[in-house]
Design a protein around this ligand. Structure first.
Ligand code: FAD
Ligand code: DHB
Length: 395
């Protein structure tokens, strides 16, 4: 275990899926790391977020030795539905791409990773405060922090900034060191978890005059649902009755499909936005996951991009410790090729499915024409499907 003033090969800031997976992949290659996480273990394990894993992400998690429960409990889906103008249209992901997606909650991935790391005796510190990075352009870098009331210092060969979109690592890069490309969306999602058995076997993405809605699930007993709302939405203004009323109105189709209500066990509002940092490296610091890029969640890409970044970074660090540093120099470019494809897809899915108050009737007709094309043209459906399963996202 590393204590204050100790050193490690890779200092990892953030114990979300990106940081924990990186630590796990490095450990399996004999590389030492320390994970510094601001939140408590319970908070990390209970934070409800993503749910869709691309097949490539499942492979990485399996290769990291955390695939056992995922294989047992993950729900394998072969299609998704798009619902618009009262009708549902199935996009047959597996027929179109030969691949399927797995619905498995992000916090379950996090639980599996934390258990694997702690079982291996790893140094994962929760409730770490005031993380500061020094010497990013020096031969070795330092992370200073506070933990359990004491000051800590960690000397590292490399630092991985895996601390999400509001973390400390990106903020440590001097002005002009990287460029940020950003686009805001005038939307947010109100997400709920309901203790209700799903009434559909696949996800339903609905475009409706009242706004976007998404029907997803977590298990045979739990439904996960999202509603488009305003970014400044006050959760207090959404009674259970109002939430269910909007979900019924936006999701239910003319074929008689109905959603089932249940106790709302969790609710939150997430603003939608897009940003990319270029390059994803400054000196000894490598940014991975949401620390480097954010996508609106409509394409289910954020967690999958984080897993991809980390796979590439782990491979590059393993090669560097074996004497070949070239892959570290290629890390940013390799990741960004996929990131921009995912940004484009997420932006397109968002524009196609959300109600934009700034839009006129012409825009709304174009939106419906785009949906009709995806529903009725095999080529258009295939493009959506390839992006959704992550099949075409590598350069
Ligand atoms: P995070 O999960 O944000 O982890 C960062 C960690 O760093 C956190 O634990 C945080 O506490 C810690 N941290 C922050 N600051 C500091 C600091 N200063 N010091 C130390 N630690 C710090 N993606 C998909 O692929 N599929 C989906 O279906 C999907 N759906 C989503 C639905 C919603 C409602 C939301 C909000 C997101 C969704 N995403 C989805 C996106 C996905 O959740 C994120 O992309 C993913 O969490 C990124 O992982 P990460 O490890 O990079 O960052
Ligand atoms: C889920 C989240 C998403 O952002 C998405 O596009 C599909 C499903 C989910 O939480 O289940």
């Amino acid at each position: 275990m590393s204590g204050p003033g100790q050193r490690t090969q890779v200092g990892i800031i953030g114990g979300g899926p990106a940081g924990l997976l990186l630590s796990q992949l490095l450990h399996r290659a004999g590389i030492d790391s320390v994970v510094l996480e601001r939140a408590s273990r319970a908070h990390c394990e209970e934070r409800v977020r993503a749910g869709v894993l691309e097949p490539g992400s499942v492979e990485v998690l399996e290769a990291a030795g955390v695939g056992e429960r995922l294989r047992r409990e993950g729900l394998v889906h072969h299609g998704i539905d798009l619902c618009f103008a009262g009708a549902r249209h199935r996009i047959a992901l597996t027929d179109l791409t030969g691949r399927s997606i797995t619905v498995y909650a992000q916090q379950e991935v996090v639980k599996d990773l934390i258990r694997a790391r702690l079982d291996a005796g790893a140094d994962v510190r929760f409730e770490v405060e005031d993380v500061r990075i020094e010497g990013l352009e020096d031969p070795a870098s330092t992370i200073r922090f506070r933990h359990a009331g004491a000051a800590g210092v960690l000397e590292c060969d490399w630092i991985a900034g895996c601390d999400g979109s509001h973390g400390a690592s990106r903020a440590a890069i001097p002005a002009g060191g990287v460029t940020e490309y950003a686009r805001s969306c005038p939307f947010a999602w109100l997400g709920i978890l309901a203790a209700a058995a799903p009434t559909a076997s696949e996800l339903v993405y609905a475009r409706h005059e009242r706004g976007f809605a998404l029907y997803s699930m977590r298990s045979p007993e739990v439904t996960r649902l999202y509603l488009q709302c305003r970014p400044d939405e006050d959760l207090a203004a959404w009674s259970d009755a109002r939430i269910w009323d909007e979900l019924h109105g936006r999701l239910e189709s003319d074929d008689g499909w109905r959603i089932r209500e249940g106790a709302i066990v969790q609710r939150s509002v997430t603003p939608l936005r897009s940003f990319v940092i270029e390059p994803m490296r400054f000196g000894r610091l490598f940014l991975a996951g949401d620390a480097a890029h954010v996508v609106p969640p409509t394409g289910a890409k954020g967690l999958n991009l984080a897993i991809h970044d980390v796979r590439v970074l782990a491979e590059a660090l393993i090669a560097a410790y074996a004497g070949d540093a070239r892959a570290l120099d290629q890390y940013s470019a390799r990741c960004l090729a996929r990131v921009w494809r995912a940004e484009r897809f997420s932006w397109w899915m968002t524009a196609m499915l959300h109600r934009d108050e700034r839009d006129d009737e012409f825009g709304r007709r174009l939106q419906l024409a785009q949906l009709e094309e995806v529903a009725h043209s095999r080529a258009a459906a295939q493009s959506l499907a390839e992006n959704y399963v992550g099949a075409c996202l590598t350069a």
